[in-house]
Structure formats: C-alpha cells, structure tokens
Design a protein around this ligand. Structure first.
Ligand SMILES: [Zn+2]
Length: 286
C-alpha cells in the first residue's frame, strides 16, 4: 500500500486501497490568527495538519484538504480580541459562524459521498468553536450513518495537559513539530512602541520546550489511536447512498433553527463584554 496519506496526492486505486484498509478521513482545521510575535500566524493550522498526518501515517486513513479558515471574532471571541489584541489589524483568516457551519455540512457530504465510514475533524483553533461543529455533525447524522468525531486538540489531552493560546502549551507544540516557525527572541516586541502590542502572546510562552511539545503531541496521538480503533470497530459495513444538495439544504434548515444554541454566537458565562470603543464590539452579536 502507498505510504502517501493526502487525498489530493492519491491516484484512484491508491485511494481505494487506503480506504479499504482504514475507512477514516481526517479533516485538519486551523486558521491564521495572532499567536504573539514569537510564533507564525498559522500555528493552529500547522498543528492540526501534523496531528492528522501523523494519525493517518500511524493508524491508517486519508487526510482531506486542510481547512485554513475558521470561526473567530463572533460572540465570546470579541471581548477576548479586545483584551489580548486590541484595536490592531489581526491578520486573521476568520469567517462568521453561519458561513463555516454551512460549508461544514457540505464537507461532511463530500466525505460521506466518498464512502468513508468515519470522519475525524481536528481543529487547532480551540475554545468553543468545536462545540458548534459537533452540533452541526449531530444534525448531519439525521441523513448519514457516517461516524463524525470532532475534537479541538486540547480535548485530546484533557486531564494530562491544559491548552492555552500562544503560551507554554501551544508554543511547545510548535517547537516540537516546526521549530523554525518559533522565534522566542521576538518575545519582547510586545513592549516595542512600533510593534503590534501583545498580539495575543501567552504570558508563559518562554516556558515552552520541544520536549514538552513532544509529550503533548504523543499523548494527542495516543488518544487519536483510541478514537480510530473505536470507530473502526463500530462502523457499519454498508456503502453510503449518494447525498444530494437538497438533503444538505434540509439539514441546514434544522441547524439554522438551532442558531440560538450556537456557541460562537454567545459570550462565555460571566464574560465581560468588550468596551464600546473596541473595534471588536460589533462582533459580539452576529
Ligand atoms: Zn492557536
């Protein structure tokens, strides 16, 4: 069997062979957003790619084209941006929830129609968006028996490590998998008058290490291994019927009715709203 794991790089016979051996598709989700001055903007994408590619290499399956756009700005994100980024351009690849969740239903359709038994969705952008993709997956389950599992990467290591934003957790991850994407010497730029300010840099970022990153990533992969095994054991043997646009539009209608429950449209419980002067204020209510 080929050792290539990317959907886009497989010939049709290679695709069928890999899928017959392990009928799992991985969707890496990330985005570009501020990760301080010490890390590249695509940290979330890079780690999602790494975990999906390593999982496919070690446990089988195929990695779908990476999604480099994610929900940000809306709901609880807005006061967070006001606090840790402020009124500067954040160089983000952010999308509103209704765009991403609508698109996600069609991504799941594509995986279903490619006849996968299981889809594992892994987002490197954490903090609540994963709950909305889970909600969308539950609605999708009305029309498909494909198993869908959604994780933000810190959920894979819950109880072992605590996720953060551009702090010791995330910077360690990146130091392990892509050390040239980290430059701790830029740490003090948060204080430079001509810089972008804090730019969401984590306060304990200098405590990061590649060793810690390796421990986090290996623990994440151990959990993914469990998930893949459990899904393989539970997968139905029948081939999936081809889903139409109309079917997905009907799922979207029910997901829209659930919009009051979308996590990314709400503030966190007890969260202080952004001030009226913040450029992020209008995004609290979308
Ligand atoms: Zn991140």
């Amino acid at each position: 069997m080929t050792n290539k794991i990317r959907w886009a790089e497989l010939f049709p016979d290679e695709f069928l062979e890999r899928q017959a051996s392990q009928s799992v598709v991985y969707l890496p989700m990330g985005m570009c957003e501020p990760h301080g001055h010490i890390a590249v903007l695509g940290l979330d994408t890079i780690k999602a790619d790494y975990l999906c590619e390593e999982a496919a290499r070690r446990f089988g399956g195929i990695v779908a084209p990476t999604q480099g756009y994610q929900i940000h700005e809306s709901g609880y994100h807005a006061p967070w941006l006001a606090e840790v980024v402020g009124n500067v351009r954040p160089f983000m690849t952010a999308m509103p929830p209704h765009v991403m969740l609508y698109f996600f239903l069609y991504q799941l359709r594509a995986f279903h129609n490619a006849n996968f038994k299981t889809a594992i969705v892994l987002t490197g952008h954490a903090g609540g968006n994963e709950q909305d993709f889970e909600l969308a997956a539950r609605h999708f389950a009305q029309v498909s028996d494909m198993q869908v599992r959604v994780f933000a990467d810190p959920e894979l290591v819950r109880g072992q490590f605590t996720g953060d934003h551009a702090g010791a957790y995330e910077i360690s991850q990146l130091l392990h998998i892509a050390p040239t994407m980290v430059d701790l010497s830029k740490h003090d730029r948060i204080n430079d008058a001509d810089s972008l300010g804090r730019f969401a840099q984590g306060k304990d970022a200098l405590a990061a290490s590649a060793t810690q990153g390796e421990a986090i990533m290996e623990a994440s992969l151990a959990k993914l291994h469990q998930v893949v095994n459990a899904c393989s054991a539970a997968a139905s043997a029948v081939s999936r019927p081809f889903l139409s646009y109309e079917t997905i539009e009907s799922v979207w209608e029910t997901l829209k009715l659930d919009a009051p429950n979308w996590r990314t449209r709400r503030l966190n419980v007890g969260q202080t709203p952004a001030s009226a002067e913040s450029m992020w204020k209008p995004f609290e209510q979308v």
